[in-house]
Design a binder for this molecule. Structure first.
Ligand code: NAG
Ligand code: NAG
Length: 281
């Protein structure tokens, strides 16, 4: 296989309230994915702790000094893969602030990127639903891309996928894929989860992957699951239902080029009449 093509694995992990168990489970699945040929492995949002801002203070860790980062470095190195380690609640020592943070490791086990969720999810419909991430969390202020021998890859977290600009900036900056650890619920999952991935993929002619925790009906939050890989042409390449699973798919930069030649939107933008959102990054 040339550097044009590589296998990606999305680990739809069963997440419990036991951090050590979650990390051990993640290790086992990442090693398995690597054995099956994956070069890039993705974990879900909030994979080391229960989902919900009320769990933050108890589960949050410093990056890079916390136990999860230490474990993840070792997992990436042992497996010899790029590891996009979903997200974990991060505590910042200097400010006492919390962030929803994705860390990325190279096959040598080095922490090479960190994405703090940029768009926080705040919703308040009186008498219906209230979910205010910003009461606990602070937003990140950066777009995140990292280099691999296959090409550059961008990272967003969950709600970030609803904002096309982040994916478009990544594509304009040369990324071949956007990866979103996420956890949509039982309403927005069926409505938007796949549609958003396909939209971001076609908008930008890049690969898009989203990795969810498995659904746990005994937990307070029921995730939609359906971890999915979408091609630059908007096709669902690989997906699953809501049970724990590893979703495998191929990313082929040769195919990406073909798609861009076939429908040249990538190169035929009219920045003379509208702005290039990636300008300045
Ligand atoms: C990240 O955001 C979600 C909501 O989008 C929140 O419920 C969750 O607790 C956060 N997770 C982490 C690990 O920061
Ligand atoms: C899922 O989230 C949406 C958006 O916040 C909300 O309107 C809906 O009620 C939630 N659904 C469930 C099943 O919790």
């Amino acid at each position: 296989m040339s550097n044009n093509t590589f296998k990606i694995a999305l680990i739809q992990l069963h997440v419990t309230d036991d951090k050590e168990k979650n990390l051990n489970n993640a290790r086992e699945k990442v090693l398995l994915a690597s054995k099956n040929g994956a070069k890039v492995v993705v974990l879900p949002e909030c994979f080391n702790s229960p989902y919900g801002t009320n769990f933050f203070p108890q589960y949050a860790e410093y990056i890079p000094d916390g136990e999860s980062v230490k474990a993840l470095k070792d997992i990436a190195k042992t497996a010899g893969v790029y590891l996009i380690a979903g997200s974990i609640p991060e505590k910042e020592a200097s400010s006492d602030k919390f962030y929803n943070t994705s860390t990325v490791y190279n096959p040598q086990g080095e922490l090479i990127a960190k994405h703090r969720k940029v768009h926080l999810f705040d919703i308040d419909i009186p008498g219906k639903i209230r979910f205010q991430e910003s009461e606990i969390l602070s937003p990140g202020n950066q777009v995140t891309h990292f280099e691999t021998e296959y090409g550059k890859i961008g990272v967003g977290i969950c709600y970030d996928i609803r904002f096309p600009e982040l994916a478009m900036i990544a594509a304009r900056k040369g990324c071949i894929a956007m990866i979103y650890p996420g956890a949509f619920n039982m309403t927005t999952g069926p409505l938007h989860w796949e549609l958003l991935q396909r939209a971001r993929a076609i908008d930008n002619q890049i690969y898009v992957a989203a990795c969810s925790p498995a659904r746990d009906t005994t937990a307070s939050y029921h995730a939609w699951g359906h971890s999915t890989l979408v091609s630059p042409n908007g096709e669902v390449i690989a997906t699953t239902e809501h049970e724990p699973a590893i979703v495998y798919g191929e990313i082929d930069t040769g195919y990406l080029k073909e798609v861009r030649q076939g429908i040249p939107t990538y190169s035929q933008r009219r920045f003379d009449i509208y702005k290039d959102v990636s300008e300045g990054f």
